[in-house]
Design a protein around this ligand. Structure first.
Ligand code: HEM
Length: 285
């Protein structure tokens, strides 16, 4: 194993600007690095293509898909911020309607509609999303079993079939939706306290709810050193943005703003959450 864990916000920002830190992801020894990457790449690829979050920095196709999706979502941000009718199911859930387990499906519905007007989330599609997010992080035996029995492949087939094979969309409905769920669970908790609810503006509420992914992988393209610590080209860097984004100065890590890998939903997502808060606060419960 040759794994470097980083959870300091400034160090993560510095590494994200370091041209050697990439997502080329060559399967190299030592064995635990190989296994960790192999498992993630197997889950986060479909029909020989990697999900956008696993594609190298210098891929022109990745960069253009990122810019195109970013522009499309930015264009929707201001109307979404007003809390349109399509956010009512989420607003109603924030007001306390429905069980905890229903929110995933509601989130997947909102994200899926960004890509396909005919998208209809079902319990089966949300279960598929849970398989995708669990598979790279669960215990090794379970992961192996799911890969061997085709459980993960069937989950990806189902999700890809719902969005015309667009892997940005599969990432949205299969992986990113879980971070949105985390944010909404926190929002429901804030909303349930009438004192807090009355004090917070939509922007403040969203700032207190946004949740980053737990961590990101990077692999150096050459050996070197960071702050006097040597690393080899076999090292696997784990950027713990979930933890770092909660520290002072870590807000930009939630979406990796100002990085080549920045999330295209970085404007739309907070706007959507503001819209949900606004709608929940103004509609009669
Ligand atoms: C709370 C919700 C979300 C959070 C916290 C989040 C966060 C992130 C982060 C940190 C990255 C950078 C990954 C890296 O550096 O390796 C990323 C990339 C990406 N995100 Fe999001 N995201 C969210 C929601 C979404 C949604 C809803 C979509 C689609 C509609 C989306 C699409 C993407 C795509 C396509 C990339 C890859 C960009 C690239 O490197 O080309 N994200 N996201």
């Amino acid at each position: 194993m040759d794994i470097v864990n980083i959870d300091d916000p400034k160090e993560i920002v510095d590494l994200s600007h370091d041209y050697r830190m990439d997502r080329k992801f060559h399967l190299r020894f030592p064995i635990l690095n190989w296994l960790t990457l192999k498992r993630s790449l197997s889950v986060l690829s479909f029909e020989g293509k990697r999900f956008p979050t696993m594609v190298p920095r210098d891929s022109a196709q990745r960069a253009s898909a990122q810019a195109k999706l970013g522009a499309e979502l930015d264009a929707k941000a201001s109307s979404t911020r007003e809390g349109p009718g399509e956010l009512e199911p989420l607003a109603s859930w924030i007001r306390g309607g429905g069980s905890d387990s229903q929110v995933g499906l509601l989130v997947q519905q909102v994200v899926g509609r960004l890509f396909s007007p005919a998208f209809v989330a079902t319990q089966e599609s949300w279960d598929a999303a849970k398989i995708l997010v669990t598979a790279p992080r669960s215990n090794w035996l379970k992961s192996l079993w799911w890969l061997l029995t085709g459980k993960v492949r069937r989950a990806k087939l189902l999700l890809a079939g719902m969005v015309n094979g667009d892997l940005c969309a599969v990432n949205g409905i299969g992986i990113a939706s879980h971070n949105i769920v985390k944010s909404l669970v926190q929002m429901r908790c804030l909303y349930s306290d009438p004192g807090t609810r009355g004090l917070l503006s939509p922007e403040e509420a969203v700032l207190r709810c946004l949740a980053a992914p737990v961590s990101l992988f990077r692999q150096p393209t050459s050996a070197g050193e960071v702050k006097g610590c040597p690393f080899s080209k076999n090292s696997l860097f784990v950027l713990a943005i979930g933890k770092a984004s909660k520290s002072a100065g870590g807000r930009s890590l939630i979406f990796m703003d100002d990085s080549w890998s920045g999330c295209p939903a970085a404007q739309w997502l907070p706007a959507m959450l503001e819209g949900v808060w606004k709608r929940a606060s103004t509609e009669p419960s």
